[in-house]
Design a protein around this ligand. Structure first.
Ligand SMILES: *Cc1c(COP(=O)(O)O)cnc(C)c1O
Length: 392
């Protein structure tokens, strides 16, 4: 046996021993409120397809038509082989939706973050990031070579202390998520904007989870806090509430032109397939045209939140359809997830390094597509699994 295969096995054994091993759960159906696993229906409570748009007939039809017209793949980077109509149309749709001059579509949120952040700051600059920022934001920070500090989650007083302590740095970038992916709470955006303005810092908001669901018309957390005029650019993704794949950055025309000249994860990667871009455009149209989906999402969110609280579960201070039940121990969280699946509910255990040590959890998410009957059934299953795991 070679050294490397030992290393692979050792690592896997270690992860197993720490209850941190990850594995894939093979489904036999499309994603949706009900999925098929091992030949039986299971209620899915961990998808980010908050509005059920991944399987919306019009969104699916748009993908089919774009494939028929423009092919399965884009052929190359858009800078190399041209921008296809679905890409141009998606960027125009995003800019209109967000009320900005322009937008740029990336292959994924991960790619947007690692592409944009190193072009906002570099060596000699300072990044101040919320402690719970997503791994893709952290990786973008690393690639930038800027000095990096974290402030306590949502703690503007702590951030201000760090801003006051700046010494020799040229530029400062504050990074936050709009709606935090693993806790479901909102960033204190008005205060963050205030601090950025007062201390002459830039603010980078990742609205991966807010896009499509937050704000009066679903434009996201920036709309929710009425800050569209004070936040000159931000990013979000197309793979969560918009049910497709990819990511966007919105901002000024110059900012977008700058990014497409410098962002390596835009330049050196193949463009999104036409089907994906067309699906995302159509999903935005559906968000605008069917506000009842958001209403249904929030009604479901309150229903499941109340149900979980009534059963005695400890939830994070969430303000969204992300409902994390805090457990702490990774082994216990995994056991709970296994129990849930046995009782017909699929919701994964979220463990380090996705969340900080000692804060393992089941991150329940609810969507507009769940029916009340399904949620009642899920709550029963959650109660049984919770009792069996000794959580209730
Ligand atoms: C999911 C997520 C991303 C990554 O987006 P993808 O399009 O899935 O690569 C980035 N940031 C946050 C906060 C996310 O939750």
């Amino acid at each position: 046996m070679t050294v490397s295969t030992n290393h692979f096995q050792d690592t896997l054994q270690q992860l197993t021993a720490q209850s941190l091993r990850r594995s894939l759960l093979p489904l036999e159906s499309a994603t949706g409120p009900i999925v098929s696993y091992a030949g039986r229906p299971v209620i899915l409570l961990s998808s980010n397809d908050y509005l059920g748009l991944a399987t919306h007939p019009e969104v699916v039809q748009a993908a089919i038509e774009a494939t028929e017209r423009y092919g399965a793949g884009s052929g190359a980077s858009r800078l190399v082989s041209g921008t296809l109509p679905p890409h141009a149309s998606l960027e125009a749709t995003l800019a209109t939706f967000k009320g900005t001059e322009a937008s740029l579509v990336f292959g994924a949120g991960y790619l947007a973050n690692v592409g944009v952040i190193p072009n906002l700051v570099g060596r000699g600059d300072l990044i101040l990031a919320d402690r719970l920022c997503h791994a893709s934001l952290i990786d973008g920070c690393r690639l930038s070579h800027a000095d990096f500090r974290v402030f306590r989650h949502g703690d503007c007083a702590h951030l201000e202390t760090l801003l006051g302590r700046r010494a020799h740095h040229r530029r400062t970038l504050i990074i936050t998520e709009g709606l935090f992916s693993m806790d479901g709470d909102l960033a204190p955006l008005p205060d963050l904007v205030g601090l950025a303005e007062r201390y002459n810092a830039m603010l980078y908001v990742d609205d991966a989870h807010g896009t499509g669901i937050m704000g009066a018309t679903g434009r996201g957390t920036v709309e929710q806090f009425d800050l569209e005029r004070r936040i000159p650019f931000h990013m979000g993704t197309l793979g969560k509430a918009l049910g497709s794949y990819g990511a966007y950055v919105v901002g000024s025309h110059d900012f977008v032109q700058y990014l497409l000249n410098v962002a390596r994860s835009f330049i050196f990667t193949t463009a999104l397939p036409p089907a994906i871009a067309a699906a995302a455009s159509t999903a935005i149209a559906v968000v605008e045209r069917e506000p009842e989906r958001r209403a249904r999402l929030w009604a479901n969110r309150h229903y499941l939140f109340n149900g979980l609280q009534h059963q005695g579960f400890r939830l994070t201070p969430t303000a969204s359809p992300i409902l994390p039940v805090l457990i702490g121990d990774a082994a216990k969280a995994s056991a709970f997830a296994d129990g849930l699946l046995a009782h017909g509910v699929y919701a994964t255990a979220i463990r380090p390094p996705t969340v900080p040590e000692g804060t393992s959890r089941i991150r329940f998410t609810v969507t507009a597509a769940h029916t009340t009957d399904q949620l009642d059934e899920a709550l029963e299953a959650i109660k049984f699994a919770g009792r069996e795991t000794g959580l209730l």
